[in-house]
Every structure is written in C-alpha cells, then in structure tokens.
Design a protein. Structure first.
Lengths: 220, 474, 253
C-alpha cells in the first residue's frame, strides 16, 4: 500500500513542477563570517555564558586539576566518564582514590551494568567534543560507543571538554570544512547551553529535561 | 461541529482583556528579541534571500529530493513510509507501534502530528501519547489546542498554569514559582521517557544528501523522545526536505533568530540512523513517515507554491496586528496567524476555511519578517479571488465556496458605476448631494458607525472642482 | 527611503485623485494639484477617471476590478507620470495592475501605465525636490503612514521629510508608528470588531502623543482613525498631507 501511495504522491508532485533547472544558492553571507582564533574563543565563551553555561579556560594538561577544583565540595557524588578515550584515561590516572569531596568515577563501559540505568542515575557526566562553533556558542558532539548520546542529556550536570583549536567560525563552515556529508554518524549533537524553557509566561527555567548545568572546559 | 468562522471567534477574543494583555506582552517581547538578533540589516536581507533560494530550490526539485531522501535514509537503516492523507499517516504510525509492541508513547513537539490529530487517533486505539514539550504537556493537561506554533501555551499566564498542574497531577501542591513547576514536569516526564516504548517527533529539516533528520529544541525532551525509547517514529510534511547538508545552517540561523531571537537553540539534533552495532543507546528502529495531505496540490500552482517554503518560525504571527489582538485559538486551526491563513485553507479547502484569507488588513508586517520571503499578502489576495471565483479549472480545493450572490451583485453594481467615466461622474455628483442623508444605522454602514462617526460626503467632488478651476482634462 | 530610480523633472503630469478623495476629501486632491502646479508643472486631470479598483480586487472580485481598472489605463495613456495622493491606491496601480492584466489585450498598456505611477510625497521629494517654507503658526502633529505607503511603496521617510521642512510644525512621534490602524478597506466592515480594536489602539496612541492635527497620506486610514477619535469626543483635526502642506505653505494674502 505504501508503494502505491508513494507513486501517487510523486506523480502528483511531478505533474505541477517545471522541468527547468533551478539555480544554486549564494552562500557568501555565511561564508564571509571569519574571525581569528582569539576572537572565536571569546565569542563562544560569551555566547555560552549568556545562556547560563559555565566556561573555564585552562591549559592542555591542566584540565583535570581544573575539574577537581570545580567539583570539590559540590554535591556531585558520581561522575560518569568513558574509559578508553584519551581524556577518559587522563581522568582515571589523575583522579584521587578516596577523596571525600570529589565524586567517584563511574564507567560507561562497565560490564554487568546497564548503561541506560546508570546514566539516568548519576549526578554528572564528562564527555569530549569534536569541536565548537564560535558564532552561536556551540559544542559539537559525535556520540560514540564509549560516549553515548544520553551522556550529555540525562545527568543534571554535563561537563564538556573542548580544544580551542577546534572552534570553527560558523556551523556552515563546520559542515563544509570537515566534509560531514561524506559520512554522517548515527547522531550529531549541537549543544549550546543547559536545557531551558520559557513556556511558563516567558520566564526562563533551566534543567527542564536535559542538564541544568553545562560546564565547558576549554583547553588552550 | 459548527463551521469555523474567524470573524465570530475573533470578535469574542477581542473582548477578552486578559488574553489581549497576555498576547500583547508576549508578542512585543518576541518582536524585540528578533530585532536584537538581527542587528545588521544588510546581513538579514542577504540571509533571507539565501533562505528563500534554499527553500525554493527544495520545492522545485521536490520529487527528486524525496526519492533521494528515501534512498539515503534506507541506506542508513531508517525505514521510510509514504502517507497520502492524515488518515493514512495515522494508520501507518499505529501499525508500526503495534508491530513494535509499543503501548506507551512520548511525543516531542510536532505541528504535523497535530494536523493529523494523531494523539486523538492513537487514544481511540488504546495508546496513550504523552506530550513531553513543557508547553505541549500543559495544553495536553488542559485538553486545548496550541495557540502559537513555537510557544504553544503562550495564552496562559503562570497562575493559570499553576492551577492546572495542581488540579491534574497527583500529589502536587499549588505553586506559582515557575522553576518549581518545571521541576514537577521534569520529574513526571523523566519517568515516562525512561519507560516509554516509543517516541514520536516531527522533523525540522530532512537532508536528502545524507538521509538525516534534524530537530530543533531547547528543553531536551526531543532528544529524550528520540533516544531513550526502542522505537522512534518521525512524522514530516513532504515539503520539509532540503537538498544538501550545507543548506541546513543558514535555515537554522534564520529559524531560531526569527522565532525567539536565539542565535541557536540549546540542542540541534541530527539523526542519521538507528542504533548501530556496539552503540549503547538510541532506538533500535527509526521510521520516517512522509505526509502529503494536500501539499502536492499546493505545489502544482507556482503562485501558491511559496506557501510551502515555510520553516515554521512563527515570526509572521509575532508581528501580526490581528493575531496579537485575538490570539491563536481564534483561528481554530492547528497553524494560526498569517501563515495559517494561507496554509490551512489550502490544505482543508476553501469550502471549510474560506473565511481565513479575509481575516487580514493586508498590512504586510508578516511579509517584512518572513525569513524565506513568502509573499503572504499576494497569496491571501489570490485565495480571496479563488474563494469567490469559479470552481472550474481552479487548483485550489473548495474554490468558489465563499461566493455570495448578494455580494457578487453588489460588486457588479460597483463595477457599473466605476467602469464608465461618464456614469461615475453622474453618480458621484448624486452621492455628493444625497450621500449624507444615508442613515448610519444601515448595514454595511452600521458596522462602521458602531465606533466611528459617519464619513461625510463633500458638497462637490474633486471632478467638479477641477472642472471649475479649469484643470485640463487631457 | 525608497530605492527606486526616478525620472528627471517632467513638464507635464497626470493626477489620479482616488475615489475616496473625490467623494470625501476633494480639498486634499485640489491641494495636491496646486502643490504640483506651484512647481511649474502642467497637471492634467482626466475627467473620466474613477477608481483604481482596489475595493473589488481586495475582496476577491478580480473581473469586476479589472473592468474598472481598464477605464483608468485607457484614460492615462500618454507617457506622463501619474501622481497619486494615496499610498494604497498608488500601490494598487503600480504593483498590482501588471498581474491584474496578465494575458489581457490591455496588458502592455497596463504595464506601461503602472511604471509611471508615483505616490504624491514620493514625487515631491525625489523628482521635484521641493523646498517648503512654513507660513503657519506653531502646531503639533502626528504623522500616520499607511501600511501600503510604508511597506508596499517603501515610503517611510519621505512624508516625514516634507513635514520636517516646516519649521513651526512639531512632529509628535507615535508609540507604535508601524502598526496597522485596522482600516484594511472592506476589512473594517467585514471584521468590524478586530478593526475597531485596532482603530481604538491607534486613536489612543494619537491622543497620547499630544498632537492637535493627525496627518496622513491615505484617506482610508484618516477616516478610520479620525472617525474613531471624533466618536470618542477627541479634538484632533484630520488632514491629508497634501492639504496640510498646501495650507502651511501657500500665501493666502
């Protein structure tokens, strides 16, 4: 039945459309948007902070220390992370064993543990990113087996690692530069702040369904 | 069901001072936000031109792109279904749910599912479809229709929402703190996301080049609905396809900035396949339902085709002086406002909603802000002509349905008076002498004089004055 | 400001009065003609003119609109600019006639005619480049530009430029200058409740501005807003801009 519907729909559409070729589009208005790296970092930071995102800049090797500072003394008891990733290993290696003030590390790959159950239960998660977008203050994530999609959605606190050098100018540039169209992953996520809504008389509330806090560590 | 008549429902709404206050404040806020998001007038115009080009290209190549989309989706493992009517679409969704043994459902916001009346249909078949977007969740509790395509519960203030939630959700005590209200919704819905068998969503853009479904949202419920359950069903109007992946960023920028003044929404979710081997979350099956429901008919007419460029930003209704005063419900349609006034009559027929195109002063405020330059006023005028014109040979459903014998005669009389210079001169001189004697209480003058003084005919017409002054005739 | 290209100053122009001016505000029409004559132009007023056809066109009665429109096309056939003291009528004549006459034997004539159409203030500013001297006493005015003027003709600044040339005229800004007044032609009698609400808001805006005179380039809007103000007992005098400019600048002595 669906096939007949398909053919009928296509036939109806074809009937009314001209055979003439349609011109391509002029993308220069988006193509032109280019800023130096320093500006890109600043723009991304400003945009994220304007929507209640938290941004911290640190050195390439100083991020775990930065993370420890941020989480120490907070009521975050568990931190979900992905072993087997570069940042996951670095985290594992530098995390103190029995610090009462810091969350315990929980793995996304632990056998006998249902990932789904765990991710809905933890207080915070840490993921990497494949890059960022300056114009919109956005993190780009390509979820993987080790860092599944729900990691950046279910926990109330999401911490994301971003390398400054990977911050592109615009979304359009990102798509074209990295030739996304060649091979799209299951899911691409653009995250530009903590979850929010203004449905209740335009009052801004955070953490409706997604994380209430988005913490971004920019490694320079 | 009583026939919808915009004038009647609008007249009622205009008298509701609370509603008018709510909407005026909300629309002012949205207009300000949009203005602030487009500080560079030149960039805005160039971006609108680009948006128009991308969407027009999609429509011009629609059959080819739909075939390509079907192919790339299937290659990715997304199952594609075609529905000619809303009924077909509902059936397809139900069959998928049955086949997947899905009894509970969470829904992300989808205007097309409202057009299909999907929830109602599923309920009749024993499947509960829970709206998860906060605004949609609230109107589902209230059993109302959305009053705006982007902010569905904009017609209710905090107190009204608080009262509703206390009444409808178990174990909840009254609070007017919006953050508390959100916490309650989060708790209720979180459990539903976790347990739901299936998730339903709309699609903001479907990319033919890569077989990717793109979804825009701020709350996270869309991601939840499309990631947590085992089955994801996406429903989409056939016009929502775009050709290339690079077409998406400009449209996204236009959409979010036009709608709410945001550079981008909190989440932009691009789904290209169900869960792949080794992945730990994501649905096992992803289905895409392509809905026609009258769109192919609109496509066939080049003057009306631009109706389908719409990316559902809502800017037109935010700027509409009529919408601001009557709110969304007065339109009695899934999609209200200026775009609703041209889309709904074409989908449902002028016989059913031929009243809608007349509910406008043709002020062009919508035309000025539409991110894809839909010539809304031109289309309103065309639909008005179709509503009165002959049905034969018309491409529009229900053409001729609004033609009123009395009105047609009146316009014929008007024509006779104005088509001949000589006749006009004679009759206008007569009006000048006698027009003021017409009582203001006679229709149609009565409608005018209810709130205004009667217009006064001048003692002499301009024709008479110019002749007297010797202004040359040729 | 309009970005249309304008011709050199002609010797001769047509004047299309509009039916509302003809019947209700003929003085404004005469003032428009006098403003043009004062600049040294020969103004021609074809007596056979009647109406641009917009009321029928907007109501969806195109055949009837075309029959009436044909009368205008036929009587303004020489290659002179056609000056129109109304944004809404000017837009009909300029923007809608080509489509109205598509595939019609008079199509070429209609297209040619439409290209020669100018709204009055547009013509005064961009072609005649008038320089006005205010001879009147100080007065506060509110300017209302119709939606057609602002958006279909793209003329937001031109009328205000003319008013700004008058030293004793204090232009009181409106809070919602761009918002429609609710006239919309037959809309005002077909959907009178919404129209009345919009007119009431606009009237309130005018009243709050402190203006003594309401000036507009469109008589439909003028009738709508001033009719509302009058019914409310407000004493704001309505004036078409042609009338106002002529009153303020011509030596009555």
């Amino acid at each position: 039945m669906s096939d007949q519907s398909r053919n009928r729909i296509l036939e109806r559409i074809r009937e009314g459309l001209p055979a003439t070729p349609f011109p391509g589009s002029d993308f220069s208005v988006v193509e032109e948007k280019q800023w130096p790296l320093e500006t890109r970092v600043k723009m991304l930071r400003e945009r994220l902070e304007s929507v209640n995102g938290q941004v911290h800049q640190c050195s390439r090797d100083g991020w775990v220390a930065e993370l420890r500072n941020l989480l120490s003394g907070r009521e975050v008891n568990s931190l979900l992370y992905a072993p087997g990733t570069e940042h996951g290993s670095e985290l594992e290696n530098s995390w103190p064993g029995n610090d009462a003030g810091l969350p315990s590390l929980l793995s996304t790959m632990e056998e006998e543990v249902d990932f789904r159950e765990r991710v809905f239960d933890v207080d915070a998660s840490l993921t990497g990113t494949i890059g960022g977008i300056a114009e919109t203050g956005t993190l780009v994530l390509w979820p993987t087996t080790q860092e599944p999609r729900l990691m950046s959605l279910a926990p109330p606190v999401h911490i994301a690692l971003l390398d400054a050098a990977n911050i592109q100018n615009t979304f359009w540039e990102t798509v074209n530069q990295s030739q996304w169209a060649a091979d799209m992953p299951t899911n691409v996520l653009l995250i530009s702040g903590p979850s929010k809504t203004a449905d209740i008389e335009q009052h801004l509330s955070y953490g409706v369904h997604g994380p209430k806090e988005l913490i971004v560590l920019i490694r320079e | 069901m009583t026939k919808a008549d915009f004038r009647t429902s609008a007249a009622r709404a205009v008298g509701d001072t609370q509603l008018r206050k709510n909407f005026r404040r909300a629309m002012d806020g949205l207009m300000e936000k949009r203005t602030a998001a487009f500080p560079d007038g030149d960039e805005l115009e160039r971006l609108r031109t680009l948006g128009e080009s991308i969407r027009s290209r999609s429509l011009a190549k629609l059959p080819e792109l739909l075939v390509q989309l079907e192919h790339t989706c299937r290659e990715n493992g997304i199952q594609v279904h075609w529905a000619e009517t809303a009924e077909d679409g509902n059936r397809i969704v139900l069959d998928i749910l049955k086949q997947r043994n899905a009894k509970t459902l969470v829904k992300g916001k989808s205007m097309v599912s409202e057009e299909m009346e999907l929830n109602h249909f599923l309920e009749a078949h024993g499947i509960e479809a829970l709206e998860s977007d906060l605004g949609e969740y609230i109107i589902q509790l209230a059993q109302e229709m959305p009053s705006h395509i982007v902010m569905p519960v904009i017609h209710r203030n905090t107190a009204q929402i608080a009262e509703l939630m206390e009444r409808k959700i178990e174990g909840v005590s009254y609070t007017e703190n919006p953050d508390e209200l959100c916490k309650i919704a989060r708790k209720v819905l979180r459990e539903k996301f976790y347990k739901a068998d299936a998730g339903i969503s709309g699609v903001n853009f479907a990319v033919a080049e890569t077989g990717t479904l793109c979804l825009v949202e701020n709350e996270g419920n869309g991601r939840m609905s499309t990631t947590a359950p085992r089955t994801h069903i996406a429903v989409m109007g056939i016009e929502k396809v775009v050709e290339h992946l690079q077409d998406v960023p400009p449209l996204l920028s236009l959409l979010t900035r036009s709608a709410t003044g945001q550079h981008i929404t909190t989440y932009f979710n691009m789904i290209s396949s169900p869960r792949r081997p080794g992945e730990q979350d994501g649905p096992e099956e992803v289905h895409l339902v392509l809905l026609d429901n009258g769109r192919s008919r609109i496509l066939a007419d080049p003057e009306l085709r631009p109706t389908l460029r719409c990316i559902r930003c809502g800017a037109c209704m935010n700027h509409c002086p009529v919408y601001t005063r009557v709110g969304g419900h007065a339109y009695q349609a899934v999609i209200p406002g200026p775009i609703g006034k041209i889309l709904t009559p074409q989908l449902r027929g002028l016989d059913e909603r031929g009243d809608m195109p007349f509910g406008s002063t043709l002020c062009n405020a919508c035309v000025e802000v539409c991110p894809v330059r839909i010539p809304i006023v031109d289309i309103l005028l065309r639909l008005r002509a179709e509503a009165n014109g002959p049905e034969q040979g018309s491409s529009v459903k229900g053409a001729g349905a609004k033609r009123d014998g009395k009105e047609a005669m009146a316009w014929k009389g008007w024509q006779a008076m104005h088509a001949s210079g000589a006749l006009y001169n004679g009759l206008s001189r007569l009006m000048a002498k006698t027009g003021n004697m017409m009582p203001g209480s006679v229709a149609p003058l009565k409608a005018w004089t209810a709130t205004r003084t009667k217009p006064r005919f001048a003692a002499r017409t301009l024709h008479q004055m110019t002749r007297k002054r010797g202004v040359p005739n040729e | 400001m309009s970005d249309r290209s304008y011709p050199e100053r002609p010797e001769c122009v047509y004047f299309f009065g509009t039916c509302l001016i003809d019947l209700f505000y003929p003085g404004a029409g005469m003032a428009g003609i006098e403003l043009l004559q004062r600049e040294g132009l020969k103004v021609i007023f074809p007596q056979a003119q009647s109406c641009c056809g917009q009321p029928a066109y907007n109501s969806g009665f195109r055949e009837e609109a075309r029959a009436v429109a044909r009368n205008q096309v036929r009587h303004f056939s020489k290659p002179y600019p056609v000056i129109v003291p109304s944004g809404s009528c000017a837009s009909m004549l300029r923007n809608r006639y080509p489509d109205l006459f598509k595939d019609d034997p008079d199509e070429t004539a209609a297209v040619d005619f439409s290209k020669r159409v100018y709204e009055l203030t547009e013509f005064l500013v961009h072609v005649l480049k008038v320089d006005l001297t205010d001879l009147g006493a100080p007065v506060k005015v509110a300017w209302h530009g119709s939606c057609s003027m602002q958006r279909e003709m793209g003329l937001r600044e031109e009328p205000k430029r003319l008013l700004a040339q008058l030293d004793n005229v204090d232009i009181r800004p409106l809070e919602r200058e761009r918002e429609c007044c609710g006239f919309g032609g037959t809309f005002s009698i077909k959907l009178p409740e919404i129209s009345a609400a919009m007119a009431a808001d606009k009237a309130g805006d005018v009243e709050r501005s402190g203006a003594e005179v309401l000036v507009s380039g469109d008589c439909g809007c003028l009738m709508n807003i001033s009719g509302t103000l009058e019914a409310q007992g407000q004493r704001v005098a309505p004036r078409h801009i042609a009338e106002f400019l002529w009153e303020r600048t011509h030596d009555k002595g």
